[in-house]
Ligand binder design. Structure first.
Ligand SMILES: Nc1ncnc2c1ncn2[C@@H]1O[C@H](COP(=O)(O)OP(=O)(O)O)[C@@H](O)[C@H]1O
Ligand SMILES: [Mg+2]
Length: 443
């Protein structure tokens, strides 16, 4: 039934590929050699394979094949060409995507641009049975993301102790960042099966002891002069006759990989879906950072204003008037939303004013301000009419009682004394009240 088969084929196409990241904590352990020979071997087995060249080293996949890409993913990111345009075709129909580490750049793009590229990548990867990434060494975010994006991490190590400590660090960082899957370990450049095993066991024991997680043993690749030469000749060993021992090692590895993948649940999404979620997360946190920036700016502006105030007031000995004017304005500002903290700030501020330097005219002025301030504080509690146009014409006390009048305020020594004696928890109203009382008894 044709309709049926069309549907079947569309289901087949909709299946995401199996995804493998070939990685390792250290350069020179053979990641690229493994990734390329594994990809070629699978392609030779008539699988559709895409190899993402995510290594930033010079000895990358293309060079090992003697292919020199004119354009890489970077050109797709800048919009110069399409994803399909940069694909290279190697032996057995293996496809290679050069410059795959450039996918990280997508994260810095406007969401619609990164979406365009990731969508293209998503469409592309559906055409393959396997997508293999050759990742860069080290603990850079791009490499870590490439590992997280793949359903299977193949960590390449060698018998060299440094490669083990680097692999351990890599696994530790992955675990710390929430990586839940069990990494597979491939021991490269081993002298034999037992050495490969014991190298794996050392790493596995360390992971169990210190990271509370076990590792999967993928197998070993022997130290191999043919393989080393193949890199120089740009003729990967996977192209040799199937009977060749160097070539056969990778057939065995491909079989081991199939066995391992069969044990893992098939994932619904491929690599592009992972990057898409990273992109969304990053733009969300960028938005958050923007908000934090804005609040930092307002904080900065506040600090700047305080700094300016210090400069202006510090040098303004000619103007006690100016000084308390500034204070009063600040208090009035604070007084719009009075709470206990605000009132305490106002009190402290009042205490800091050099009252004794004020002339009687200035004191009168201050009294006016204080009265308005007291009004504002009182009025915010009781919704009522606006204070009215009383600025210049002092007389009617808006407060019930007590209020400041010029006479009591004029008693400068007393005022200063009382201000200094006030406990910090006192409200402005209490302050005014006690001033009036003190004044009354003192007079
Ligand atoms: N099994 C092996 N036997 C001998 N030499 C190897 C083997 N695997 C890799 N090499 C050599 O090690 C060097 C580094 O390999 P490469 O794949 O570029 O490592 P990486 O990608 O981890 O930096 C290359 O010169 C390569 O020929
Ligand atoms: Mg490499």
């Amino acid at each position: 039934m044709p309709a049926m088969s069309a549907q079947e084929s569309s289901i087949h196409k909709a299946n995401p590929p199996r995804t493998i990241a070939v990685t390792g904590g250290k350069g020179g352990v053979g990641k690229t050699s493994v990734a390329l020979n594994l990809a070629l071997t699978l392609a030779r087995h008539e699988k559709r394979v895409l190899l993402l060249d995510g290594d930033t080293d010079l000895a990358n996949v293309s060079i090992m094949l003697g292919l020199y890409p004119e354009r890489t993913l970077a050109n797709v990111v800048t919009g110069e060409c399409r994803l399909e345009d940069i694909l290279l075709e190697a032996n057995y129909g293996l496809h290679i995507l050069p410059g795959a580490s450039g996918v990280q750049e997508c994260m810095d793009m406007a969401p619609e641009d990164s979406f365009r590229i990731l969508r293209a990548l998503s469409m592309l990867e559906r055409r393959y049975d396997y997508v293999i990434t050759d990742t860069a060494a080290g603990l850079q975010p791009t490499g870590l993301h490439m590992i997280a994006a793949a359903e299977l991490a193949c960590v390449v190590v060698t018998p060299d102790p440094a490669s083990l400590t680097d692999a351990f660090s890599l696994i530790k960082v992955l675990k710390r960042r929430g990586y839940k899957r069990t990494p597979s370990v491939l021991v490269n450049m081993a002298q034999g099966a037992s050495q490969a095993r014991s190298v794996f066991q050392r790493l596995d024991a360390a992971a169990r002891r210190h990271l509370q997680s076990s590792l999967h043993y993928m197998g070993g690749i022997w130290r191999d002069e043919t393989l080393r030469q193949s890199v120089l000749n740009q003729q990967p060993v996977a192209l040799l006759p199937l009977s060749d021992p160097s070539c056969r090692q990778f057939s065995t590895l491909a079989d081991m990989l199939e066995v391992r993948l069969a044990q893992l649940p098939v994932r619904k999404a491929g690599i592009a879906a992972y990057w898409h979620s990273v992109s969304k997360r990053q733009s969300a946190s960028a938005r958050k950072a923007d908000v934090q920036d804005a609040s930092a700016t307002s904080r900065e502006r506040c600090l700047q204003a305080v700094g300016e105030l210090e400069t202006v007031l510090g040098g303004a000995d000619e103007s006690a008037m100016l000084r308390y004017d500034v204070f009063m304005r600040l208090f009035a500002l604070l007084g719009r939303t009075p709470d206990n903290d605000t009132i305490e700030i106002i009190q402290t501020g009042l205490g800091a004013i050099a009252w004794e330097n004020l002339s009687s005219e200035q004191r009168e002025h201050l009294a006016t301000h204080l009265r308005h301030l007291a009004d504002e504080i009182t009025l915010t509690d009781t919704p009522s009419d606006s204070p009215g146009e009383e600025e210049r014409s002092l007389p009617q006390p808006v407060l019930p009682e007590p209020f400041y009048d010029r006479i009591s305020f004029g008693d400068q020594e007393n005022l200063v004394k009382v201000l200094k004696e006030q406990p910090s928890g006192i409200s402005l109203n209490q302050l005014l009240r006690s001033l009036a009382k003190e004044d009354g008894s003192g007079a």
